[in-house]
Design a protein around this ligand. Structure first.
Ligand SMILES: Cc1cc2nc3c(=O)[nH]c(=O)nc-3n(C[C@H](O)[C@H](O)[C@H](O)COP(=O)(O)OP(=O)(O)OC[C@H]3O[C@@H](n4cnc5c(N)ncnc54)[C@H](O)[C@@H]3O)c2cc1C
Length: 377
């Protein structure tokens, strides 16, 4: 099966500017023609539409990278098991997708695009079905997890610990999608804040977003004894990416979670690296994890922790985490891991580049340098 990448890219350039209409049209057609498929999707479709486009773009833009696309589709397939996706759903999706693209490209659509897309889609479907089948022999589609601790650390941040019903194999630095019983079929990613432990417990740091569906349910309507659903582990912000003996971790808010997991893991690494952790928060009351961080510090003598407060009128020195790095004259001569809001990550990565850190030494979940080019949301 040969995919005509040129035709795929050309047709993609026609529909990219109208992606929003294409995805709306696609879902409208899919649910009208195959109403039973609607049950697999969340009640509100906005984020889902973005995800579909994001996933398609990842595949189209990286078609030459056979292994990368294969891994990405494998992750996507494993993740989609939790939605109850079955092999018989794939042809329906392919037909509706091509029909939606053809409709919105109008007269510019050429018959050759149909064939190119159907060939590409057949390849995508085969890889995904195979990956899902293989995964089904090893893992459940999702894990039921019981909340064993729910600590309200600030009016906006809760630290939640759960016990999955079966072993949950993951790497320090990864994230899991969570579903609360309050919002069936709505999944959101949250980083796991601890390295894998003997007792199989997982901790999450959740910041409540005003009006946010899942974060509000987790903050205000979740108690010990409640059940949550966990999707399979995702992400590639793992310690293997580092090769230097000095590591710098820069966290914004709950972006601390995966970096804390990496610090925990690094305690067990032979020749453990020296670590500088910069944790940036807006106000001093937002520094929600100081006690635990101090405990971590006593296990890890080569760990230095610097807090940065960016927006508190009571503080005479206001700075972001990356400002603090410069202020303390820490030379960023090793691998740097950055985690926080997309804006914080972008700004920090640019500052680091300006300080002379090579792109391949800046590690984030979703981009700049050595990051995963493929991300499953
Ligand atoms: C890989 C990854 C890891 C993540 N890890 C964590 C984590 O460890 N801890 C954590 O608290 N969150 C984390 N998030 C964010 C989390 O997945 C949710 O997006 C967040 O909790 C909001 O979900 P919600 O359902 O409450 O809000 P939604 O119902 O999705 O959104 C409600 C409204 O709030 C807006 N909104 C959404 N997110 C934000 C935001 N961050 N700031 C301001 N407005 C927003 C939306 O645009 C919308 O208008 C992570 C995200 C990713 C992609």
């Amino acid at each position: 099966m040969t995919i005509d990448i040129g035709l795929i890219r050309h047709s993609w350039s026609l529909i990219e500017p109208v992606a929003d209409q294409v995805t709306k049209h696609f879902y409208g057609r899919l649910f009208a023609n195959y109403p039973h498929i609607r049950e697999l999707f969340p009640p509100a479709m906005d984020l889902q539409r973005d995800r579909l486009f994001h996933a398609l773009a990842q595949v189209v833009l990286n078609l030459e990278d056979g292994d990368g696309v294969g891994d990405y589709l494998g992750q996507l397939a494993r993740d989609h098991r939790k939605y109850g996706v079955q092999p018989e759903h794939y042809p329906a999706v392919g037909d509706c997708l091509v029909a939606a693209m053809r409709y919105h490209a109008g007269e510019l659509w050429r018959p050759a695009y149909d064939e190119a897309w159907m060939t590409a889609y057949k390849f995508i479907a085969e890889v995904m079905i195979q990956a899902a089948e293989q995964d089904a022999t090893q893992s459940p589609p999702s894990w039921v997890a019981t909340v064993v601790a729910h600590e309200v650390r600030t009016p906006e941040i809760a630290v939640i610990t759960v016990q999955p019903d079966q072993p949950y194999p993951y790497r320090a630095g990864q994230y899991a999608t969570l579903q609360s019983a309050h919002w069936p079929r709505v999944w959101r990613p949250y980083s796991i804040a601890n390295a894998p432990r003997q007792d199989n417990l997982l901790t999450f740091h959740v910041r409540m977003v005003p009006g946010g569906w899942v974060s509000t349910a987790l903050m205000h309507h979740t108690r010990p004894g409640d059940s949550l659903l966990l999707g399979p582990p995702r992400g590639s912000l793992v310690l293997d990416r580092a090769s230097t003996s000095h590591l710098i971790f820069i966290a914004g808010g709950t972006g601390l979670a995966p970096l804390k997991a990496l610090i925990e893991e690094s305690v067990w690494v032979p020749d453990r690296p020296a670590i500088d952790l910069f944790h940036g928060v807006r106000r001093s009351v937002d520094a929600y994890d100081n006690e635990d961080l101090q405990r971590l510090r006593s296990d890890h003598r080569r760990l230095r922790i610097v807090h940065a407060i960016s927006d508190d009128p009571d503080q005479w020195r206001r700075q972001s985490a990356v400002d603090a790095l410069e202020y303390h004259r820490i030379v960023p001569d090793g691998d740097v891991f950055v985690c926080g809001s997309p804006d914080m990550v972008r700004v920090t990565a640019n500052r680091l580049l300006g300080l002379g850190v090579p792109l391949h030494r800046i590690h984030t979940e979703f981009a700049p340098g050595g990051a995963a080019r493929f991300a499953v949301l």
